[in-house]
Design a protein around this ligand. Structure first.
Ligand code: PHE
Length: 447
């Protein structure tokens, strides 16, 4: 079987493209807002550093040594019980589930790119009406843009790792960095910046309950693209003699950097114009457009740039969410890339329609189960349960099942003495942290 290889830069940008996504620019600011700021950010940062980074390396290692799709890689490198371990590779399915809501949100972003041309809402209440009408009443607009997202994403995946995914990232990621960086520099000049800084970095522990704790840890996984085999699948196409440690460091740094920078920028704009940080998922679709309107012509330009950056972030992550199962179908069943991409695309497209409908007034009742509608369930089940569980499995596999000598021979040359620290954190800290999350989850779900 021949796998096309990434170039070194191509891999870093593709992995960073996977990590930097809607999670950073859409989700991180609004969950930070909902969970009271500082304390939440701190739990998230500690998790990224102590758990996320270790598991990122573990996940890269599985793909790098396995050189196949997730299922094949686990099977190839498990020292024993190969038949059992291969099932761990099916965590790739979580990516398709994430795509179910991800594609719908990318659709909203496309719609908002058009809105920046047709006219931004002139007040928060107008923005609220605009967003809620789209969300709750306007099925055809959402369906149209969800279809565009599906076609675009599927056609890129059809072109493969080199011609599709690597090229997409080489092109989009630098533009994304420029836009976010430029807008951040502008935010630095505003008075609202110090308020934004205080909101994000001064922890108020009274605001943190077990619910926020689970969200923060879950988000650390989600934002780093861990626990479902996206990073694993990309790593299977790494060039030989790659430095996994350096790659993981760069990817984690870029992802965390973009989240913090876009959070600070967004909250600066919101505070500067007196909007609330706790608006929920509509934050960048409601409060922000109204704020951009207030800014005048510059705001209009910013709005366009912002939604383009958001679309780019979303697309480069989306392809990584679909690729693992596509690679599986190709490796295992010799399916053509076209057929594999199309069938996986149709999966998230069709369930995406259900997710989209579950937000509408007309269908919300039929599509709400217990406390959440279908859309929110998919988000919750993937980010808070499947990814941490996938991470736990990888930590146990690499930390306790694989032979230490094998890990050492690949990583020690790059890690030096820090190898032991990494190994310890992977074996003990990561599983314990993830276990605590699972326990907390029981409380959150009121089981
Ligand atoms: N990391 C992406 C984001 O922050 C989402 C993602 C999760 C992508 C898991 C791939 C795998 O939006």
């Amino acid at each position: 079987m021949k796998i096309a290889r990434f170039s070194r830069v191509g891999f870093i940008l593709a992995a960073a493209g996977s990590a930097v996504g809607l999670g950073n620019i859409w989700k991180f600011p609004y969950i930070t807002g909902e969970n009271g700021g500082g304390a939440f950010v701190l739990v998230y940062l500690v998790t990224v550093l102590m758990v996320g980074f270790s598991i990122m390396i573990a996940e890269m290692l599985i793909g790098y040594l396995g050189r196949r799709d997730g299922v094949g890689s686990f099977e190839a490198i498990a020292p024993r019980n190969k038949d059992l371990w291969k099932y761990a590779g099916f965590m790739g399915l979580a990516g398709l589930f994430i795509m179910v809501f991800y594609s719908v949100v990318i659709g909203w972003i496309f719609h908002y790119i058009v809105v920046t041309f047709t006219g931004l809402p002139s007040s928060v209440s107008e923005a609220e009406t605009l967003f809620n009408t789209m969300l709750k009443e306007d099925i055809s607009t959402q369906l149209f843009y969800h279809t565009v997202a599906f076609l675009l994403i599927t056609s890129i995946v059809t072109r493969g790792i080199k011609g599709g995914i690597e090229r997409l990232n080489l092109f989009l990621m630098p533009i994304l960095f420029l836009i976010v960086g430029g807008m951040f520099l502008y935010a630095l000049t505003l008075d609202g910046f110090s308020q934004a800084w205080a909101f994000m970095f001064e922890p108020d522990w009274s605001k943190l309950d077990s619910d926020s704790f689970v969200t923060a840890v879950g988000h650390a996984f989600f934002t780093l693209s861990l626990g479902m085999g996206a990073i694993l699948t990309y790593s299977a196409s790494l060039p030989k003699n790659s430095d996994l440690v350096k790659s993981a460091l760069i990817v984690v740094a870029l992802d965390t950097g973009i989240a913090l920078v876009s959070g600070l920028m967004l909250f600066t704009f919101l505070f500067q114009y007196g909007a609330e940080p706790s608006a929920g998922p509509g934050l960048v679709f409601i409060s922000l457009p109204a704020v951009f309107y207030e800014m005048g012509a510059l705001g209009n330009f910013f709005a366009l740039m912002f939604f383009i950056a958001l679309a780019f972030a979303g697309l480069t992550s989306a392809v990584s969410l679909v690729e693992p199962m596509v690679q599986y179908l190709i490796d295992r069943f010799n399916m053509s890339r076209f057929k594999a991409s199309l069938s996986m695309g149709l999966f998230f497209y069709l369930f995406g329609i259900v997710a989209l409908l579950s937000n509408t007034t007309e269908f919300s009742e039929a599509l709400t189960f217990g406390s959440k509608n279908f859309f929110d369930w998919v988000d919750f089940l993937t980010a808070s349960i499947m990814l941490p569980l996938g991470g736990l499995i990888m930590a146990i596999f690499v930390g306790h099942v694989m032979e230490k000598e094998r890990l050492e021979s690949v990583l020690r040359p790059h890690f030096g003495p820090f190898f032991d620290l990494w190994y310890f954190s992977l074996r003990y800290i990561a599983p314990i942290a993830l276990f605590v999350v699972m326990l907390n989850l029981i409380g959150v779900l009121e089981l």
